[in-house]
Every structure is written in structure tokens, then in C-alpha cells.
Design a binder for this molecule. Structure first.
Ligand SMILES: Cc1cc2nc3c(=O)[nH]c(=O)nc-3n(C[C@H](O)[C@H](O)[C@H](O)COP(=O)(O)OP(=O)(O)OC[C@H]3O[C@@H](n4cnc5c(N)ncnc54)[C@H](O)[C@@H]3O)c2cc1C
Length: 465
């Protein structure tokens, strides 16, 4: 059995290992930490004794590869699908955005037109921009790879309200950068491949278990297929003989392998490769050019329900125009407390705040969104700052994202994966799963990325793809 070392046990490393093993290779998956899942997992909170998610992780119906991975791990049924999103609009009740039976790209039109959050003028402007996104198609968005999305908003005459109440909330949450910083093609992809492509593509999936439970089964899956998973095992360097990568160096010595699949983020990879190796592989030249954008997650525990009004309990809320972007209702925990998870993307301005200042700002937004919660205070708060949450998907970024395959000029048996590689996707679990599948296919010559969910025929006819 040919051996491949997989460095890193995040989504990309798990995806690569599973597919390598299925193709008859023996993957040896090495992960620094004592658990799998990387950035998309949970942690034991020493303060409260709880298992808490690093941050809420959302999948969409269009994420065909991460869902394929969940199927292979036997955990796809732990994703609950939410066909609607709720948009806070106080003092009125939240607006509901839900797909109708109309064919894509018009499936959201009835609910969108009913949204009281947006004026008729704003809706017309947004509709015009959507039409342009359909007409330019998937291929047309690549013309925007070197321009910020805000220029598209300017060109299509979007008003301040349209940007603040609609484009910003979606773009910041999906791309982890505001409209004036994110590459146009990354923001456009969110609308083209979910909202405009079909009702299912825009359906939001949330785990019903803690995130770690999604990835623990990978240990059994990889080992049952003939691979090995070694947790708590850091790779210190990749051994290079001037032409090929011979293996990896760990605290326990050299592990030799026919192929090395690195799935660690670019700054980590930069520490694992020597200068001669960098000189031998053009994919390693730009590692230092990747920058990061932070995300802040805040767990709040209340004695009474807070995402509730006189009509219903909300599973989540989008907060248009506010500093906090989402609230997710995590239900009651074992001690009976009501658990809310707040998410702030592109959270650069929050990184220097202490937990009580963070809690105060988030609480202000909660009381704004749900006026009935005024006066209620959390009995426990736990904030999680992820300073290096995702790479900055700024204009020009795609030109430095490396491919999985060495091509004609790289180290021939070094394969790259991770959400920062050239998957065509933003920094997401879907991008990470795609990159892992692509790297495994490059090693074995079989398999590869799972195809996209087919887009609606009317949307196709109108030019979306
Ligand atoms: C706060 C937050 C919220 C997010 N929300 C979402 C969301 O809602 N939806 C979504 O799709 N995505 C979301 N993401 C992004 C998503 O988590 C990532 O895109 C994805 O998990 C990246 O997976 P990866 O395998 O590429 O990298 P990582 O998860 O970073 O995995 C790399 C692994 O390598 C290990 N490692 C590093 N160095 C070494 C070494 N020397 N030796 C051995 N192992 C090593 C690390 O410990 C890690 O486990 C979010 C990310 C964050 C941080």
C-alpha cells in the first residue's frame, strides 16, 4: 500500500484522508491538536465545563462537497436545514425570507417583495443589481477578481440603505470582509450560486450537535479504510532531497511517504518548508502574502428565552445595519439555560475589547432586535476571538491561491489543500472539502471534486451559467 502523509486534521485534511484511503492509499493523518476539525470544531471550556463551538458554522444547500464528506462520515443527518432566514426589523416583527415555488432565479421574489425592512425603491435597486448578476453569469464575475464589490454596488447605483440593510449583512457574513474590501467575484459568487441558482442552494444548514461530533467519526472512517490518524502529533518540517519531498519530520522522527499532502494554513506551511524547497516550487513563493480577517463568536446564556416575541421563537436572526451580524438560538443547555450564539464577522474593531465590553455591545444589539428582551441580562458570557479566522478575500487574492497539483514546475509529490487554495470558493468548509478532494485526486488519479447542485433551468436560460 502506498503511503501518503496528510499534514493537518481540519476539514481539508479529513476530506483528503478519506478519499486517499478509498482509493487504496494508506493516509497517515498528523494533527497537532488532540482532536480533528481544525477551525470548524468545538472546545472544552474550562471556565464552564461546557463543550462550546469555536463559532457557529453554517453550510448552504449549494455546498455539495462538505455535504458529501458528511455523508461519508455518516453525520449528514446531524445537519438541520432551515429554508428561511429571519431579518430583524424592530419595532416590527422580523421579516421572513423564504423560497417560494417559483422557479429560480425568482423563487425569493415574493418573500423579498414582502420584506418591510426595505423600501420599494431599495427593492427595485437590488432587483436591478441581481439581474445584472444573472446576466453576467458565473464566468462574468471573474472580471471582478481585481476590483472590490463596492465598485459593483456603485456602478449599479445601489443606495446607502440597499448596501447597509441588504448587501453588507450577506457579504460580510459569507466573505468575512465588508463590501469595500472584498473581491467582487467572491461576493458575487454568494448571490449567484445560492440565492439566484435555486431554492435548495440557498437553504441554510446548521449542526444539531456540537461541531466536534461531526468530525470524531473521521478517525474510525480513516482507520477502517486502512489509514492512520495520529492526534497530538505536530509536523516540524517537510523533508526535501532537492527534487522530491521524502517525508515529514515530527518529534518522533522522520515519517517517509510517497506523497505529502499539506492542508495547513499558509503561514503554517511557510514554517514547514526550507528555502531550497520554496525555490523549487512556485506555489510556495507567495505564502507570506496571505492576510487574515477575524471573526468573533459570543456565547450568551440567559435564564429566560430572548429570541422570542408574541408569535414565535426564532431559530436565528440577521441584524441588518448592526455591529452584531447574527444571533443563533442554540436552545436550552443541560442546566436549563437558554443559549444564544452571537456572530460578528470582519471583527477587526472588536479584537481589543475585553469580554464585558463585548457583552455590552452584543446585548445592545440583542435588545434592539428583540425589544421584548430589554432588561434581560445573560448569566454567563463566553467570547471566542479568532484573529486568523479566514484569509482576506481581497481584490487580486485569487492570483496567489495555489493549486493542489504541482504542475510542471513544483515539487512533484507535494500536494496542497486548505480553504486558501485555488478552489474557486471563499474560506469555507465547502472550499476546504473541495481542496481536500482535489488534492487526493491529484495523488491517486481517481475521484475529485463533487459536481455543483444543478441550477434551475430558467436561471440557466437567463444566462446565469
Ligand atoms: C470563527 C469562524 C467561523 C467560521 N464560520 C464558517 C461558516 O459559518 N461556514 C463555513 O463554511 N466556514 C466557516 N469558517 C471557515 C471554516 O472554518 C474554514 O474555512 C475551514 O474549517 C478550514 O479548514 P482547513 O482544513 O482548510 O483548515 P484548518 O481548519 O485550519 O485545519 C488545519 C489543521 O492543521 C493543523 N495543523 C497546523 N499546523 C500543523 C502542523 N505543523 N502539524 C500538524 N497539524 C497542524 C491545525 O491544528 C488544524 O487542525 C469559519 C471559521 C472561523 C474561524
Amino acid at each position: 500500500m502506498r503511503r501518503a502523509v496528510v499534514i493537518g486534521g481540519g476539514v481539508a485534511g479529513i476530506a483528503a484522508s478519506i478519499r486517499l484511503a478509498e482509493a487504496g492509499w494508506k493516509p497517515i493523518l498528523l494533527e497537532t491538536r488532540g482532536k480533528l476539525g481544525g477551525r470548524a470544531t468545538s472546545f472544552d471550556d474550562p471556565r464552564s465545563g461546557r463543550v462550546l463551538d469555536n463559532c457557529q458554522h453554517v453550510v448552504m444547500g449549494c455546498c455539495s462537497n462538505i455535504m458529501d464528506l458528511y455523508q461519508r462520515l455518516g453525520v449528514a443527518d446531524r445537519i438541520e436545514w432551515h429554508p428561511e432566514t429571519w431579518w430583524a426589523n424592530p419595532p416590527r416583527r422580523p421579516d421572513r425570507l423564504r423560497a417560494s415555488r417559483l422557479p429560480a432565479p425568482g423563487q425569493f421574489a415574493p418573500a423579498f417583495l414582502r420584506m418591510r425592512l426595505l423600501s420599494t425603491d431599495t427593492k427595485i435597486l437590488i432587483g436591478q443589481a441581481m439581474l445584472r448578476l444573472i446576466r453576467m453569469g458565473f464566468a462574468g464575475r471573474m472580471d471582478w477578481a481585481n476590483r472590490p464589490f463596492s465598485e459593483f454596488l456603485l456602478e449599479t447605483g445601489q443606495s446607502e440603505d440597499a448596501r447597509r440593510l441588504f448587501w453588507d449583512p450577506v457579504v460580510i457574513s459569507a466573505c468575512n470582509l465588508p463590501c469595500h474590501e472584498v473581491a467582487g467575484n467572491h461576493a458575487m459568487q454568494v448571490f449567484q450560486e445560492s440565492f439566484l441558482a435555486g431554492g435548495w442552494q440557498a437553504t441554510m444548514g446548521l449542526a444539531t450537535c456540537d461541531l466536534r461530533a461531526l468530525y470524531d467519526p473521521a478517525i474510525t472512517a480513516v482507520e477502517a479504510a486502512g489509514g492512520v490518524v495520529r492526534l497530538g502529533n505536530s509536523v516540524r518540517g517537510i523533508a526535501f532531497d532537492g527534487i522530491r519531498a521524502n517525508g515529514v519530520v515530527t518529534d518522533e522522527g522522520l515519517i517517509s511517504a510517497a506523497a505529502i499532502v499539506s492542508t495547513v494554513p499558509p503561514d503554517r506551511l511557510a514554517k514547514l518548508v526550507s528555502s531550497p524547497m520554496k525555490a523549487a516550487d512556485p506555489r510556495l513563493v507567495d505564502l507570506h502574502r496571505f492576510e487574515h480577517s477575524p471573526i468573533l463568536g459570543v456565547h450568551l446564556f440567559f435564564e429566560s428565552p430572548v429570541l422570542v416575541d408574541d408569535v414565535r421563537t426564532y431559530p436565528h436572526l440577521v441584524l441588518p445595519g448592526r455591529a452584531t451580524h447574527w444571533f443563533f438560538n442554540k436552545g436550552r443547555d443541560e442546566s436549563g439555560l437558554h443559549h444564544i450564539h452571537a456572530v460578528i464577522s470582519a471583527a477587526k474593531d472588536w479584537m481589543d475589547l475585553d469580554e464585558s465590553a463585548i457583552a455590552a455591545r452584543v446585548l445592545e444589539d440583542l435588545h434592539w432586535a428583540m425589544p421584548g428582551s430589554r432588561g434581560l441580562k445573560p448569566v454567563e458570557v463566553r467570547s471566542v476571538k479568532e484573529k486568523r479566522a479566514t484569509f482576506r478575500a481581497c481584490p487580486g487574492i485569487d492570483s496567489i491561491r495555489p493549486s493542489a497539483r504541482p504542475g510542471g514546475f513544483g515539487v512533484p509529490n507535494l500536494f496542497l489543500a486548505g480553504d486558501w487554495c485555488d478552489t474557486g470558493w471563499p474560506a469555507t468548509m465547502e472550499g476546504a472539502a473541495r481542496s481536500g478532494y482535489e488534492a487526493a485526486a491529484a495523488v491517486t488519479g481517481v475521484g475529485g471534486v463533487i459536481g455543483d447542485v444543478p441550477i434551475g433551468s430558467l436561471a440557466r436560460w437567463m444566462g446565469l451559467r
